[in-house]
Design a protein around this ligand. Structure first.
Ligand code: ADP
Length: 794
């Protein structure tokens, strides 16, 4: 098909793809490219990019124009759209006809003003890093007034918009201003190159060694473990990134580069960028992708060295270290000239990037008690880390840290440069991931079709870890027909069965006997997981495995993977495929074992009860701050993260004890014990709900009775949903009597909406539901349908 027809036929899709983020960024980048290519002249550009006019109108105008301009312009246009759109957003559009190379600019131009046009796309990128300096140069040379500068720097503009505004102003000022800004950009580039030239041979060798080690660590996705080696390049799918701060809505969807870039900066003085998201939302994978792109020289080009750390692995560092030792021993050892290389790092902090994955898994909660400012001073690793994040150590080095949201309290927040939220896959992201996972398009189509038929499961797939499991277990999924998974527990049971049956030489076990056949493996791994959760242990040594009777054969099942270690000085260590998998095995142990403490379930559902108790034999004791720790001033942030793991485990326990799964356990454990555990869970849920209801204040006369729910309320609702027993949901809701239910800031996504609808449908009286400041989305709203009859407002 001709490109012109492609533009016409796909007008609605292109319009949607360029506008759906709400940001003008995609349109502007397309326009930059068309201007650079000379496919648009300046006046046409101005006619399209009318400030204050609706984005949709501007895009329609552009579509009309390129169509009338003919086949060649349409080809360039499609190529530009393809380059600009994130992969997932462009997934539904056919670009087949477009083969234009948009990078072929750069021929010498007769005037500087012309260069501003032909190089526009790359100038916008370059200027973002040096906008203040460029403005200064323009003011000093008399080309710009301070009101020009104010206009460029208006806070409503994103950094790329500021760069474009600057270029537009320069253009209106004429040739001499254009010369001035080009000269400035060239100078600042060559000063960076200058720095590169002065790098010593040893430094360059070190840089190479570090980048090849980072590349080796990040090129495969570890969740695919022994079953298949999956290159990150082949499976990586863009997840949804958003800025946490309200004003940032203006800039819309973010790219990977924006994590470290200037967009959404709230505190220029701070160096630390936080990427936060729920367990399984893809934080480690996003970081891994950034590492890989840096190692290849594709992204983060401004950083000469990148030092990646995993907080999980830092937990096992018992020694006190200096920053120098931390960098060299944990990431990459310089073969020679250690002092010279470290001095370079100290002298050029802006060229260095540190990343810390999984702050929530650090055993010690964030604290600002102990200050360390000297990079050669030794201190416990957690103290070093806290000082790095606050900028007392290695000021100017950019740091990216990932964490679950609950684990970051106000004490750390005030040291953040910005916060980026990771929201899992978008609907088109799910589509894209499944297609990448299944190279065979017929299989991919079948999986996607079965997801469309089961909206509860589709909702779950917004979480990348669940999407991965569902794709991994496609045979089970396609084979289960009507009874396809509804809950998170169903999905994890599916992968349990998948791994057990794929690794076992006896693949013949049909029906419900599969669990019984593998009960020993499940109990061994379950004990390891359970004890690990109790002591905040996520990496296991051979001794840990032996203590729980985990054998080589059990390891081969695929639930445990070898822990990656940059320093590679340790002997073999293992971790669960994902922290949620550890929670799942811990839950299996609680349900199936007769050896757990009788009060375990009670403590699991009410972890706060453990505070201050001294039952050191209790496995969950380690998660809770002892009074000693509190006296020492250790902050409770990691405890909150531990609570989050316990909550995930409790959710699985509820699901595993659901009536629907009891036949599975029938041959594995005595039913009397099982019934008792079910009663305990139901009682805990009811008590937990009651506590929330008791906190509802009496309404002021004339006002409606309103409940402001806390995230803990949503968690209880999720546990009830996992049980899939309407009687429990009915009982819970029979005691809730409010006119207005406020669920703001409760981290509610499509998964939570499914659970909410399941439970809220049993409310006795109509209620107004307030869901602002969550990530409900269209899919979430759809999930809410079953409870719409009882909502008088949403
Ligand atoms: P988190 O660190 O937030 O707990 P992970 O990054 O470990 O989550 O993601 C869990 C799993 O989900 C990964 O092992 C991978 O299989 C899948 N996954 C996550 N993000 C992506 C992505 N962007 N592209 C492809 N797969 C992903």
């Amino acid at each position: 098909m001709f490109n012109r027809d492609l533009v016409l036929k796909q007008r609605a899709e292109i319009l949607h793809a360029l506008c759906s983020s709400g940001s003008t960024e995609h349109l502007e980048r397309v326009l930059d490219k068309l201007l650079s290519q000379g496919e648009l002249i300046w006046e046409e550009y101005q006619n399209i990019q009318v400030q204050g006019r609706a984005l949709y109108t501007n895009v329609r105008q552009l579509l009309d124009l390129v169509y009338t301009k003919g086949e060649d312009t349409c080809e360039f246009f499609l190529a530009a759209v393809k380059q600009v759109l994130p992969e997932a957003q462009g997934a539904g559009i056919t670009f087949s006809g477009c083969c234009s190379n948009l990078e072929k600019t750069g021929e010498s131009q007769s005037t500087s003003s012309q260069t501003l046009l032909t190089q526009r796309a790359s100038l916008v990128t370059k200027l973002q890093a040096c906008i203040d300096g460029a403005l200064e140069a323009l003011v000093e040379s008399g080309h710009f007034t301070s009101s020009d500068c104010d206009d460029v720097l208006l806070p409503i503009h994103t950094p790329s918009q500021q760069a474009r505004r600057l270029l537009d102003h320069v253009r209106s000022k004429g040739e001499s201003a254009a010369k001035c800004v080009l000269h400035y950009i060239q100078e600042s580039e060559s000063s960076l190159n200058q720095e590169k030239w002065t790098l010593s041979k040893e430094f360059s060798k070190y840089q190479k060694k570090l980048s090849s080690s980072v590349s080796a660590q990040s090129c495969f996705l570890s969740s695919y473990g022994r079953t298949s080696h999956m290159p990150l390049d082949e499976i990586y799918t863009e997840a949804q990134l958003e800025l946490a701060n309200d004003f940032a809505d203006l800039s819309g969807a973010l790219d990977l580069d924006d994590i470290v870039g200037a967009a959404g900066t709230v505190n220029d003085e701070a160096d630390t960028v936080l990427v936060s998201g729920e367990a399984g939302s893809g934080k480690s994978t996003v970081l891994q992708r950034l590492h890989l792109l840096w190692a290849r020289g594709v992204s983060l080009k401004g950083f000469l060295l990148l030092f990646p750390f995993s907080c999980r692995r830092l937990n096992s560092e018992q020694r006190e270290l200096s920053v120098q030792e931390l960098l060299f021993q944990h990431c990459c050892w310089p073969d020679k000239e250690q002092e010279e290389i470290f001095q370079f790092i100290l002298d050029h902090p802006h060229l260095i990037l540190f990343s810390f994955d999984g702050l929530d898994e650090l055993k010690q909660g964030f604290s600002d008690e102990h200050m360390v400012c000297c990079p050669t001073q030794r201190a416990p690793v957690n103290i070093l880390l806290f000082n790095l994040l606050q900028g007392f150590l290695m000021k100017g080095v950019r740091k990216v840290v990932t964490s679950r949201p609950e684990a970051v309290g106000p004490m750390l927040k005030k040291h953040l440069r910005k916060e980026v939220l990771l929201k899992g896959f978008s609907p088109s992201g799910i589509d894209c991931f499944v297609k990448k996972h299944h190279r065979d398009p017929t299989v991919a189509a079948k999986v996607l079709e079965s997801l469309q038929m089961n909206t509860a499961l589709l909702g779950l797939c917004h979480s990348p870890v669940l999407c991965w499991i569902v794709s991994q277990c496609h045979k089970e999924l396609l084979g289960c027909g009507e009874g396809s998974p509804q809950t998170i527990t169903d999905v994890y049971l599916m992968i349990l069965q998948h791994f057990l049956q794929h690794q076992s030489p006896l693949k013949s076990t049909m029906g419900l006997g599969w669990l019984q056949e593998h009960i020993k493996v499940v109990l061994h791994l379950g004990q390891l997981a359970f004890e690990g959760l109790g002591t905040s242990c996520y990496i296991f040594t051979d001794t840990d495995l032996e203590t729980c009777y985990v054998t080589e054969k059990d390891i081969c099942m695929g639930f445990l993977i070898l822990s990656k270690d940059m320093s590679s000085t340790h002997s073999k260590r293992y971790e669960f495929l994902h922290v949620t998998m550890q929670c799942f095995f811990a839950a299996l142990f609680i349900v199936l074992s007769n050896n757990t403490d009788r009060s375990t379930i009670h403590k699991l559902f009410e972890p706060q009860n453990m505070k201050g108790t001294r039952l050191s034999s209790n496995c969950f004791m380690g998660c809770i701050p002892s009074s000693d720790q509190q006296e020492q001033g250790l902050e409770g942030e990691s405890v909150i993260a531990e609570t989050s793991n316990l909550q995930i485990t409790a959710t699985f326990v509820s699901g595993l004890l659901s009536q629907r799964h009891r036949s599975l356990w029938f041959h594995c454990c005595p039913s009397a014990g099982m019934e008792k555990k079910v009663r305990q869970v139901v009682k805990c849920l009811s008590k937990g709900m009651h506590k929330h209801f008791k906190s509802i204040p009496q309404p002021v006369q004339g006002e409606k009775k309103s409940m402001h729910a806390m995230p803990g309320f949503v968690w209880l609702i999720k546990c009830i949903y996992e049980m899939q027993e309407c009687k429990i949901a009915k009982d819970a809701m029979s005691k809730l009597e409010v006119d207005h239910l406020k669920l703001t800031y409760c981290n509610i996504g499509p998964v939570e909406c499914t659970a909410l609808a399941y439970v809220l449908q049993y409310l006795r009286n109509p209620v107004g539901l307030q869901l602002d400041y969550n990530s409900v989305g269209d899919v979430g709203v759809e999930q809410l349908l079953p409870c719409m009859h009882i909502c008088n407002s949403l």
